[in-house]
Design a protein around this ligand. Structure first.
Ligand SMILES: CC(C)(COP(=O)(O)OP(=O)(O)OC[C@H]1O[C@@H](n2cnc3c(N)ncnc32)[C@H](O)[C@@H]1OP(=O)(O)O)[C@@H](O)C(=O)NCCC(=O)NCCS
Length: 169
């Protein structure tokens, strides 16, 4: 399993990834975003950043964040169904946190369903704490959302630059 992860690379999402990411989104979420939502995020939304994990030419996980001044807010994180429980979620979430720090974020927030214990465990293990509850946040089940916050980000990596753009072909 460790070897498998060693072969995985985290990189910025490009327009070429939209279809693969959309398939992961549909598989993972009851109320999925559309392909156009992702295209908007990549091409129009200046505060949005998305990462993917690629393994043997296949996108196996993705994660996104909105960064406004010192605050980063996670939009979505998902791992391909057959790849769950093998460390990809931790890999991409850690990478997303570091990326947000590199881009100037000082703390990072997210919403998670009250019944999504797997994701809550992951976030707690990375330093997130439950800050508040958003009542009946999810339309499909009426579940509450936990608002979780992590304010202990690793320092920005020295010399960080964004070389890759979403226009990459
Ligand atoms: C949540 C999700 C991203 C986690 O990704 P993953 O690759 O399965 O998780 P990892 O293998 O990296 O495990 C990371 C941690 O998650 C927790 N976790 C993973 N699988 C778990 C399980 N079956 N039961 C309880 N906790 C679990 C553990 O804390 C684990 O750390 P550990 O391995 O040190 O114990 C993935 O399950 C997913 O895509 N879920 C559907 C979409 C979703 O819920 N996204 C989050 C929305 S807020």
């Amino acid at each position: 399993m460790k070897n498998e992860l060693d072969k995985a690379a985290v990189r910025r999402m490009t327009l070429k990834d939209v279809q693969d990411v959309y398939l992961l989104e549909v598989e993972a979420f009851v109320l999925p975003w559309s392909e156009n939502d992702f295209i908007y995020e990549l091409t129009q939304n200046k505060v949005a950043r998305y990462l993917v994990v690629e393994e043997a030419g296949e996108v196996v996980a993705f994660a996104g964040v909105h960064i406004i001044w010192e605050q980063a807010h996670v939009t979505n994180i998902a791992v391909k169904k057959q790849k769950k429980g093998r460390g990809y979620g931790r890999l991409i979430t850690k990478a997303l946190i570091q990326y947000a720090s590199n881009l100037g974020a000082e703390y990072i927030t997210l919403e998670v369903r009250e019944n999504n214990l797997i994701a809550q465990n992951l976030y707690k293990s990375l330093g997130f704490i439950k800050a508040s509850v958003r009542k009946r946040y999810y339309d499909d089940t009426g579940e509450d959302a936990w608002l979780m916050v992590c304010d202990k980000l690793s320092p920005a990596e020295p010399g960080f630059t964004e070389t890759e753009t979403i226009a990459e072909t």
